[in-house]
Each structure stands twice: as C-alpha cells, then as structure tokens.
Ligand binder design. Structure first.
Ligand code: 13P
Length: 252
C-alpha cells in the first residue's frame, strides 16, 4: 500500500537554535512510538538542513528542503541546487508550493525543471498543486489542478513519475484557518488520482501518496486523514509546535 506521510513545512520560521530544538523534540516523540507506520518529514529552511539531518534518527524522521534551483549549478547567486540539498542528508524537496508560485512567479515550466533536478539527485519531490479561491468560485478548480499536473509532471516517464508525492493545497485554505471540508478534500484527491490513472494507469495512481495541506491541525486531521484518498498532510502553522505536530502524526 502507499505511504502515509505527515510533513511539516516550517516556511520562513525558526532561528537556527529553535529549529534544532524543535527537530530534537519531534524526533524524541516519534522515536518513543512503538509503531512507525507514518513517514514523518521535517522541512526547515535551508540553513537548518544539514544539522537536522545529522541529529535526527533517520529510520523514523526524514528531512525535506522547501525549494531548489531549477538549474543544476553555476553562477546563480542566492540559489541552492538539488545536489547541494542531497549532500546535506535530506531526502525530499517541496516543489511548487503556492507561496513560490505566487510570490516568486514560479510557473509550471520552471517547476518541471525543478522536479527533474530533484529526481536526478535521487530526491523525492513533494509536488504542490491547488487552486485559488477565485478559481474555485468560478468552478475552475478541477481544470486548474489538472493543468498543474499535466504541465509540470506528465512528461515524466512512468518510472520517474512513480517517485513523486503530490500535495493538494487549496490556496484559500493556507494559513487562513479555513480548512477544506473533509468532503472537498476527498473529492479533489479522488479527482487527482483519477487524472493520474488516466495518464499512467490505475496501479500507478493507487501507489502515489496524495497529501492534503491548508490549515490542517490536531482538531481536524483525523477527519481529513480518514478519507480513502487522503494519504497524509503537509502542515504549516501546526508544525511549529512539537505537540501539535505529533498529535497530527497520531491522527491516522
Ligand atoms: P498552514 O497549515 O499554515 O495552513 O500551511 C499549509 C501549507 O502551506 C503547508 O505547505
């Protein structure tokens, strides 16, 4: 069966010391569990990556970068390559977060390059898709999500596509306190899986983990994760406190 995943996207939060402290707290809580049937991922800012990868127990906690450069290397001041990320011990990269799309003008062709850089370096892309409120209100949410998949991912050969984790994050639910209802999440996740099945076949679609993100917290995670097509969460605000994040991990 496909992996259940809870990933914490810290965004631009936490000093270096606080980041190490938070990772240590989460690692300790997860370590103590008897069963480890959920893949737990921490996605701190770049500067924390190497140290967090060093201090965590890699058999129970993994590390993700929040972005990477579209180019493999060279004169790109301020950028960080997928190869550098790999060298820190990270295993995943979040690609295509709506904040990157919105504030840094990252479009599907650029994101497609980033996905290739991640895969070339044996890093798993957590690829984010999701519609704006205006797109949902105008009834275009399925169309938008489908085109994000098609334009950024559907040129991949099946063996490469099979390595992707998809995160559905409706932009109107991110950081707003407004969560998609459990039914809205399931409806879109089922649509995403069907769209993948149309392109790569049902077996592939059934093997891809699809995470939900957007105001997911301890109080609603259980209901969201109970849906058959919701395989976990990409958590923002609630990932900044160890107890809240751990409660979400335990919502399965
Ligand atoms: P919030 O959980 O703060 O809404 O953020 C979700 C998110 O963007 C995770 O990538």
């Amino acid at each position: 069966m496909r992996k259940k995943i809870v990933a914490g996207n810290w965004k631009m939060n936490n000093s270096f010391n606080r980041g190490i402290e938070l990772a240590t707290e989460i690692n300790k809580l997860v370590r103590k569990q008897d069963e480890h049937n959920v893949t737990v991922i921490l996605s701190p800012p770049y500067i924390h990556l190497a140290e967090i990868a060093r201090i965590i127990d890699k058999d129970v906690v993994s590390v993700a970068a929040q972005n990477c450069a579209a180019e493999p290397k060279g004169a790109f001041t301020g950028e960080v390559s997928a190869k550098m990320i790999k060298s820190t011990g990270a295993q995943y990269i979040i690609i295509g977060h709506s904040e990157r799309r919105q504030y840094y003008c990252e479009d599907n062709p650029v994101l497609k390059q980033k996905v290739l850089r991640a895969l070339e370096n044996s890093l798993t892309p957590i690829f984010c898709i999701g519609e704006l409120l205006s797109e949902r209100e105008s009834g275009n949410h399925f169309k938008v999500v489908k085109s994000q998949l098609e334009e950024a991912l559907f040129d991949l050969p099946a063996n490469a596509f099979g390595k992707i984790v998809v995160a559905y994050e409706p932009v109107w639910a991110i950081g707003t306190g407004v969560t998609a209802s459990s039914a809205q999440a399931q409806e879109m996740h089922a649509f995403i899986r069907l769209t993948i099945a149309d392109k790569y076949g049902k077996e592939m679609a059934d093997s891809i983990s699809i995470l939900y993100g957007g105001s997911c917290k301890p109080s609603n995670a259980k209901e969201l994760f109970a849906n058959p097509d919701v395989d976990g969460g990409l958590i923002g605000g609630a990932a900044l406190q160890a107890d809240d994040f751990f409660a979400i991990i335990n919502s399965f």
